[in-house]
Design a protein around this ligand. Structure first.
Ligand code: SF4
Length: 490
């Protein structure tokens, strides 16, 4: 097994990563993280990244070996959903104090915590997370986990991604490494079949994978493991027997997909379940791979029949929204994951993209966006809140789609906003999800509240005989030209 520093170097060298391919050997060694801009938040640490990837495994007890704050910082920071066990939502931490550190009690405390969890909850496995403090004081988490696993007779998995080793994205990849080292391949399934697949990097946000799974069920394709959304420990332990895999978020788990292909001959492709066309394309590619690996060839025609029926149903339902959304201008400011696919889905609705962030997009993703938009000026690396604010007016946008962090920029600009990042409350995947996305955009844009909030407040109305100058009016409304257009439309 590789040491932590070797694993980090390995992650920086990931040959399947598009960004890496465009770098020389020297640049690759330095990794992808850039120093944070002064005054900006640094983003999550590596531990946080590992927790993001692993916490959605729902029946596992996730034990954070650290002072209390690490667990507080990382708990439940995505809207993933479980169809069964809820143990993953219970916070377990060793809650180290200064006294534990000074007196050298921390490893003993960890062992005791593992025992207590096992006695109280009897989970199928316990994941133990290293953090800055416990790594710096030299706790041998791996040895404690090994001892506890022998003593209590259950898998106790060390997750070696302390916060200081790097970015959240590096933590995502180290989580994948932990699964490869300690979980995947540890159990032999007795029911492996020719139509078993894995879905990698799918988080089941707001339960959106549940909109896709029934489509696969109809085709008789079994999801052996969805990693990590709504996963069970045993699913992941047997994931090495899948015949093919779909990679949803390659930024997080590309190393996992590549290594599973190398170790267990599981071919994978990168796809998306956002939008009608991309969902159909994903289904086609899944089926193509499983047929190549031994499933019956008539699966292809059954898939085409399913796609035709589902697409027809989706377009029929989307007809209600298309005239209301046609030509509406969207500013898209997502974390970057699958932004190309969201761009594509919005253009399918007849909407116009006036700008999209590409900060976390891979080289391949950027190329795809370029092809869809046919205008590179609409792609931007990153925007400050002030630039985003003015861009809404300059681009004459009708709505901003982004994450919760930037919602107040849109609201300050009196502009409809919809959350499409990880904390969102609606499921947008698959054909059903596309209809829901259209419905939510329509509700946001045509909400009558905008008519009211864009009206000048009564105390801003000029008194009789006191006409306001154009400049004064503009400073009150701030986005006067845009506002006037919206008020007229709403
Ligand atoms: S692991 Fe380190 S950086 Fe991350 S939350 Fe804990 S103390 Fe902070």
């Amino acid at each position: 097994m590789l040491s932590l520093s070797a694993k980090i170097q390995d992650a920086f060298n990931e040959p399947a990563c598009e960004n890496n391919r465009s770098k020389d050997a020297e640049a690759r060694k330095k990794g992808c993280s850039k120093p944070p801009t002064p005054g900006a938040a640094a983003g999550g640490c590596a531990f946080d990244g590992a927790k993001v990837v692993l916490q959605p495994i729902t029946d596992v007890a996730h034990l954070v070996h650290a002072p209390l704050a690490c667990e507080g910082n990382s708990w439940d920071n995505r809207g993933t959903a479980s169809s069964g066990p809820m143990l993953w939502r219970t916070s377990f931490t060793t809650d180290l104090t200064e006294l534990d550190v000074v007196m050298g009690h921390s490893e003993r405390k960890l062992f005791k915590a593992i025992r207590e969890i096992n006695e109280a909850y009897a989970p199928p496995a316990i994941f133990v997370y290293a953090t800055c403090v416990t790594a710096l004081i030299g706790d041998d988490i791996e040895a404690v986990c090994k001892r506890a696993a022998e003593k209590f007779g259950l898998p106790v998995v060390p997750i070696d991604a302390p916060g200081f080793v790097g970015s959240k994205n590096l933590g995502n990849k180290l989580a994948g490494e932990a699964l490869l080292d300690h979980v995947i391949g540890t159990v032999e399934p007795d029911d492996a079949g020719p139509r078993d697949i894995n879905i990698l990097g799918e988080f089941n946000l707001s339960g959106e994978f549940w909109l896709v799974r029934p489509l696969l069920d109809k085709l008789g394709i079994r999801v052996r493991a969805c990693i990590p959304g709504d996963a069970r420990y045993l699913d992941i332990a047997t994931a090495h027997r899948a015949r093919a895999a779909m990679m949803v978020c390659s930024t997080a788990l590309i190393n996992l997909a590549r290594k599973m292909e190398e170790r267990w001959d599981i071919p994978f492709f990168e796809g998306s379940f956002y939008g009608v066309t991309d969902t159909s394309e994903a289904l086609r590619q899944i089926v193509e791979l499983v047929v190549k690996k031994g499933a019956e060839p008539e699966l292809i025609s059954r898939t085409e029949a399913l796609i035709a029926a589902e697409e027809a149903k989706a377009w029929r339902r989307l007809e209600a929204y298309r005239p209301r959304l046609q030509g509406k201008r969207v500013l898209l400011n997502t974390g970057g994951v699958k932004s190309w696919s969201i761009v594509h889905a919005l253009t399918e609705l007849g909407m116009e993209i006036v700008g999209t962030s590409i900060k976390k997009s891979t080289v391949d993703d950027r190329e795809r966006i370029k092809q869809i938009l046919k205008n590179e000026n609409h792609m931007y690396e990153t925007m400050t809140p002030r630039e985003l604010y003015s861009s809404l007016a300059e681009q004459n946008a009708d709505i901003m789609l982004s994450g919760g962090r930037t919602q107040f920029i849109a609201l300050k600009a009196k502009m409809p906003w919809l959350d499409i990042n990880q904390e969102r409350h609606h499921a947008y995947a698959g054909y059903e999800g596309m209809v829901e996305l259209a419905r939510q955009i329509d509700l946001a844009i045509h909400n009558p509240i905008w008519e009211q909030v864009r009206e000048p407040a009564p105390w801003e109305e000029p008194l009789a005989g006191q006409e306001r100058s154009g400049e004064e009016s503009a400073s009150i409304l701030n986005l006067s030209g845009k506002t006037a257009r919206h008020v007229g439309e709403c």
